[in-house]
Design a binder for this molecule. Structure first.
Ligand SMILES: [Zn+2]
Length: 473
């Protein structure tokens, strides 16, 4: 009995910490495991907040817009549809299983936390009244820990609702009781609550007789109800293969052990070097992808500056990967005569899906990387606010430039940003600080700031207006 329990615990530990597997010579796969619990809690009827409608709710009058500025597959990865089948198996709206068991919404992920720090707005898919806000929970979670999420709940004119889950801490931009129009920014994508990645869980539905009923907004061969989308994006669950992102890394960037890449490193996005030394013993390539169980070949190729194939490796699409990374760490060290623009190619079924160039020189040189990560938001205050930029790894010869900065922002001592918001005349402005090595166009990184003066919008509601994004660095 004891042994069984221990095995059970081990199994749970494996499932919840991700499946990081060696699948070949110097070749690895991290596949996001199916959650062991829903990424949203059971929604309970609260008569102080919620209203019933007569069921079943039709939903055919709905006309949702896409809740982001960016389109599907252009920074947004659709990882899970709604599971429309109760019980132990999965049916998404198109009679397939691009979901996990018991999932009540649609999960729309960013590539990584670095993208999260660049403030991906969530927009109201439909007009309605804000009836519930949660906004004080940590937002960089990487586990399904059952923690409460930051949410906005909007009640539509027809009595239905839409939940927007996992938002960034204190990023909610609407007020309780406010009527928001379709397309209004309501907050930023985060990873609060039971969440392994920066994503929006979008869950429309309605209350009948005091209980919550999800309503799958997607129409297809399994869910015959009307689509709730104005323009329903195409189904991605039958797609053979999609490469979302790729890059290069060296041993020094991952603590020396390239075999031991953690999923936390992948989710923060590995720092990509600008140049790689011709004396590196090994070099690493990673890619983020989705694929189906087609049995077809997925191949990395390492090619030198003349396009000559130096090494390659492959594996087969043997499972359904809804949110996965693969990386390859071949031997390198081509010597001083091999400098130039090398590249790695990624092929699916012998068709090129991506190509990533890197420059081979005597020394490895990382791009500057601003600390904490890539973005920060300041709200209006009476004080001058400061933020100290750092560069990882620390370098001399650093140059810091402001881009589109309003007059109340200055930079001193090379890397200290001073923000005086007392006389800020605008509600919201974004500016950038670019750190570069001696002004280099390629050896650079960008820190994005948002300044928000929430008093500049004539709110008449009674909600919270604070906006101060939180970084756990
Ligand atoms: Zn979800």
């Amino acid at each position: 009995m004891k042994t069984i329990l221990i095995l059970l615990f081990l199994q749970i530990a494996v499932l919840t910490s991700g499946q990081n597997t060696k699948i070949g010579n110097d070749l690895y796969l991290y596949s996001q495991p199916d959650p062991v619990q829903n990424c949203t809690p059971d929604i309970k009827f609260d008569p102080a907040i919620h209203e019933n409608v007569a069921g079943p709710y039709d939903g055919s009058n709905a006309s949702f817009i896409w809740p982001f500025d960016v389109l599907l597959d252009e920074g947004i990865v659709l990882v899970n549809y709604v599971d429309d089948l109760s019980g132990g198996s999965i049916k998404d709206y198109n009679d397939n299983d691009w979901s996990y068991n018991g999932h009540n919404g649609t999960d729309l992920c960013l590539h990584d936390f670095r993208n999260m720090d660049r403030f991906y707005s969530v927009k109201a898919a439909e007009s309605g009244t804000v009836v519930q806000i949660e906004m004080n929970n940590p937002d960089r979670n990487t586990a399904m820990g059952g923690d409460p999420a930051n949410i906005v709940l909007i009640r539509h004119d027809d009595g239905s609702y839409a939940y927007y889950y996992h938002l960034m801490r204190k990023s909610v931009l609407v007020k309780l009781g406010e009527y928001v129009l379709q397309g209004k920014e309501i907050g930023y994508v985060g990873s609060s609550g039971s969440s392994t990645d920066a994503h929006l869980h979008f869950e429309p539905g309605y209350f009948t007789n005091g209980s919550w009923n999800k309503r799958d907004p997607w129409q297809g061969t399994y869910n015959h109800l009307a689509s709730m989308w104005q323009n329903q994006p195409g189904y991605i669950g039958f797609r053979d293969f999609k490469m979302h992102d790729m890059g290069v890394f060296t041993a020094g960037q991952v603590g020396g052990n390239m075999a031991n890449l953690t999923f936390a490193m992948l989710k923060e996005r590995l720092i990509t070097p600008n140049t790689v030394s011709c004396y590196e013993d090994k070099i690493g390539f990673w890619m983020q992808f989705q694929c189906n169980n087609t049995g077809k070949q997925i191949r990395f190729e390492l090619r030198n500056s003349n396009g000559v194939l130096i090494d390659d490796v492959y594996f087969f699409a043997s499972v359904q990967n809804q949110y996965s990374w693969s990386w390859w760490t071949p031997d390198f060290n081509p010597g001083i005569s091999a400098t130039g623009d090398w590249y790695v190619r990624l092929l699916y079924d012998n068709v090129e899906k991506g190509r990533y160039f890197f420059n081979v020189q005597l020394l490895t040189s990382n791009r500057p990387r601003l600390y904490p990560v890539a973005g920060k938001c300041f709200r209006r205050t009476l004080l001058v606010q400061k933020d100290t930029l750092r560069v990882r790894p620390v370098r001399s010869n650093m140059q810091y430039d402001l881009l589109n900065a309003p007059p109340n922002v200055t930079i001193t001592n090379d890397s200290i940003i001073n923000i005086s918001t007392l006389n800020q005349t605008f509600r919201e402005k974004e500016f950038k600080v670019i750190a570069s090595i001696g002004g280099s166009a390629s050896l650079r990184d960008t820190m994005i700031y948002k300044l928000i003066d929430t008093t500049k919008e004539d709110f008449t509601g009674n909600g919270i207006v604070s906006l101060e994004l939180y970084f756990s660095s």
